[in-house]
Design a binder for this molecule. Structure first.
Ligand SMILES: [Zn+2]
Length: 404
């Protein structure tokens, strides 16, 4: 093999080709380093004495389907300046790695189109080898996203495993990128974020979040200038949860079998926006039947649909009037669930109206959340949490298959 092929195929330069061996379907290229090119790996001095060699084997890019290795007796030298014996540096592989950089690049490239399992199988290495390669690459590129440009962010928790394990995700609403993933939920999960944010000197104008206390206090403390927006997405989600509970209670309490039957099929219809009901499947009719039989369910449903108009008002003054009116109607409904909702919205009034100062919502967070769910379903799941977190940070990049 020529030295130029060594370079162009495997990225190896500055060595002499010795020989090729074929062993058990593997290809082994032995190369050598001439003594006069040896340098001290610590100080770079050429004034070194040879002290033998240590043979090392590096996996490199396969030739066809054959596993291919580069075998190098690595010179050991005693440096006259340092007075220490060391192996010389190997420019074509990272320290302590048993594969070449060319192999690493190739495996990462394959990872853009294939799952970790497929790449590992194709290259004849363990799943962990490929995962670790991806992890190091992700870490290099995504572990510390730049925060300086942040203006509008969303903060949310996501359930990542059974048994209430959570991660806290911060999203840049202007770019759609995940900029932080913290362990757990609540204020504590955000601590490392504030620390990095302080260093970045970012000027965050607004934060979208749900109405729970979890993040609100932390944001007020660390970003006193930022507007907090309790966003539409979370309000609707909360309402839907309560509506589902109401339907369940009514179903349990119903004594009439027809009423039970009608209620049973309406769970998803209640949560759908009215304009999304499927006419061809009689969804509208089914829902109306159920609502006709249950006055309180009907009231709750129509007030839910009505509340959506809060985000369609021409300005803050109209929105304020609308919200006040909605709260009054919910309070007067006599339905406990609606009265609770009215109380929650009244309590969070200024954060809801803040939408009319900064029109942000956690909507994009839902897309991110769905991608995370897809990742979660895959085999590797949560086995390596740091890897999982890095994948979330890289989620807006299509460079990797999310599956693994
Ligand atoms: Zn030295």
């Amino acid at each position: 093999m020529s030295t130029s092929l060594l370079y162009h195929a495997f990225g190896i330069r500055g060595y002499q080709y010795t020989r090729t061996d074929y062993q058990e379907g593997q290809v082994l290229f032995t190369i050598r380093q001439e003594p006069e090119t040896c340098r001290c790996s610590a100080c770079g001095s050429p004034r070194v004495q040879s002290r033998g060699r240590v043979e090392r084997r590096f996996r490199t890019v396969p030739i066809g389907s054959r596993a291919t290795f580069v075998v190098l007796p690595v010179p050991r030298v005693e440096c006259q300046a340092c007075g220490v014996v060391r192996q010389v540096k190997i420019p074509f592989a990272d320290p302590r790695r048993s594969f070449t950089r060319a192999f690493e690049r190739y495996a990462l490239e394959l990872g853009r189109r294939m799952t970790i399992r497929d790449v590992a199988r194709h290259l004849g290495v363990g799943w962990d080898v490929i995962k670790d390669l991806q992890k190091r690459d992700l870490s290099r590129r995504f572990a510390k996203p730049k925060l300086k440009h942040l203006r509008h962010i969303a903060i949310d928790e996501i359930a990542v495993a059974k048994g209430h394990r959570y991660l806290t995700v911060v999203l840049d609403l202007d770019s759609g990128a995940v900029v932080f993933v913290g362990d757990g939920k609540g204020a504590k999960a955000l601590k490392p974020f504030w620390k990095r944010l302080r260093g970045s000197k970012a000027k965050i104008e607004a934060v979208a979040m749900d109405m729970s206390k979890a993040y609100r206090q932390a944001v007020s403390t660390h970003l006193p200038e930022a507007k907090i927006v309790f966003d539409r997405f979370h309000v609707v989600k909360l309402f839907n949860e309560k509506l589902t509970q109401l339907r369940r209670d009514l179903h349990r309490e119903a004594t009439d079998t027809l009423q039970k039957k009608v209620l049973k099929g309406t769970r998803w219809l209640l949560l759908k926006a009215a304009e999304n009901l499927d006419e061809t499947r009689n969804e509208k009719q089914k829902l109306e039947e159920a609502l006709a039989l249950n006055k309180s369910l009907a009231t709750a449903y129509y007030l839910k649909e009505d509340l959506r108009q809060f985000w369609e008002q021409p300005g803050q003054r109209f929105a304020t009037a609308f919200l006040n009116d909605w709260i009054k109607r919910a309070e007067a409904s006599g339905i406990k669930m609606l009265q609770e909702m009215a109380k929650t919205l009244a309590w969070h009034r200024s954060g809801l109206l803040a939408y009319y100062d900064v029109r942000i919502t956690s909507g994009p967070m839902e897309g991110t959340n769905n991608k995370i769910k897809t990742m979660k379903r895959q085999a590797y799941g949560f086995r390596d949490k740091e890897f999982f977190k890095l994948k979330i940070l890289a989620i807006h990049e299509t460079r990797y298959e999310l599956v693994g």
